[in-house]
Design a protein around this ligand. Structure first.
Ligand SMILES: [Zn+2]
Length: 369
């Protein structure tokens, strides 16, 4: 993907013995056809569960006239189904891990448009290019840019209001999906960039997918429910649904990179000392809750983000096995590999990181009031 000309192009050393040896061992693990078939079967099974939970909950809500308790259960089903689709279907597909062909991957990745209301076309630039190539690099990775609302990395300029960011950022997380569903995608297309990566206007099938996806999303999430329920109830329900899904998605993504244990870098640092890309990815990323079977099933590859960043085109159902290989080689080659064992530990680390980023760097005069 081409970069904007006003910013320096960063490049990494893509070699190194750590990644060479890790790749060899991962290739060997994946060389068994039964292993590959099992990983795909698990991946597709999750997709079927996500679709059934989402569609079933929606149908009961819209056609079933459920009472309060069944209605709340189905509302929870909508949130679970949407989260599963985001973490275990569209994320893998938009990375090219779902099928062998690009066209089929894009088709499944289009669930982002139709079911989540986000443009998969813009997501692939924001996530696959900006975030996956320049992880935790200020100005290049859009996931760590919330300026002037919050300061997520040491390289960003301090502001007095960031002192309270560890309290108010949760509200921003709740509004993130709503922002992308409404003005975020449009603004990115109008600007022509995400982070420092160029975002071209979609054409032909990509354009049809973008417009068609928005129409389908607004149709099932707002218009059809309004034929059954009062408009204010639908809007309130939609806002609550969108905010909970947004909070779950934002926090899940943040726990891997925006924590005390993760490394951050500026473009200047990377320009002065050329880093090995694989080492940079491992040291800017943290795995969490690898032994929590339920969480690992629901969030898919996102609690094994070290493995995901090294092997984004491999179905996430293989990551628990690949993690053993990566960790072993990281220890062998002196690469810092961090796993956060508990969810409370990961959330605490994110909270403390936000608090530290909010407090540090404030000029003394301002600090004293
Ligand atoms: Zn990813």
């Amino acid at each position: 993907m081409e970069m904007l000309t006003s910013v320096p192009k960063l490049s990494f050393d893509t070699g190194g013995e750590f990644i060479r040896q890790t790749r060899r061992e991962v290739d060997e693990y994946l060389s068994d056809p039964r292993t590959r078939a099992r990983g795909r079967a698990e991946l597709y099974a999750k997709g079927v569960v996500a679709f059934i939970v989402l569609l079933g909950s929606w149908l009961v809500l819209v056609l079933g006239h459920p009472g309060l308790w069944l209605g709340l259960l189905c509302f929870g089903g909508l949130i679970l189904g949407t989260s599963l689709t985001a973490f275990s279907v569209m994320h893998d597909a938009n990375h090219g891990a779902y099928f062998r062909t690009r066209r089929l991957n894009h088709l499944v990745g289009w669930t982002a448009d139709a079911l989540l209301g986000l443009s998969s076309y813009a997501w692939r630039v924001k996530h696959n290019v900006a975030h996956h190539t320049y992880t935790n690099v200020d100005g290049y990775d859009a996931d760590i840019t919330q300026v002037p609302l919050a300061r997520l990395v040491p390289q960003q300029r301090p502001r007095p209001w960031y002192r309270l960011q560890h309290y108010y950022i949760w509200v921003l997380y709740c509004l993130m999906a709503l922002r992308w569903q409404t003005v975020g995608d449009v603004a990115a297309f109008a600007r022509g960039s995400i982070g420092t990566s160029t975002l071209r206007l979609p054409r032909r099938w990509d354009l049809a997918g973008l417009v068609g996806g928005k129409v389908i999303f607004v149709g099932w999430a707002i218009i059809v429910p309004m034929l059954v329920y009062p408009w204010w109830a639908v809007l309130c329900g939609y806002l609550v649904y969108s905010m909970i899904v947004s909070l779950i998605m934002a926090v899940t993504f943040q726990l891997a990179h925006c924590v005390e244990e993760a490394d951050f870098a500026s473009a200047e640092q990377l320009a002065s000392e050329r880093r090995i890309w694989a080492v940079h990815e491992v040291e800017t990323t943290v795995d969490f809750c690898p032994h929590n079977i339920v969480l690992s099933w629901v969030v898919g590859g996102l609690n094994y983000q070290i493995e995901h960043h090294l092997f984004p085109r491999v179905p996430h159902t293989h990551y628990p096995q690949i993690a053993k290989i990566v960790q072993r080689n990281a220890e062998r080659h002196g690469v810092r590999y961090v796993t956060q064992q508990s969810l409370s530990g990961a959330l605490g680390s994110h909270f403390r990181h936000l608090r530290t980023m909010g407090r540090s760097g404030i000029p003394v005069a301002l600090d004293m009031g």
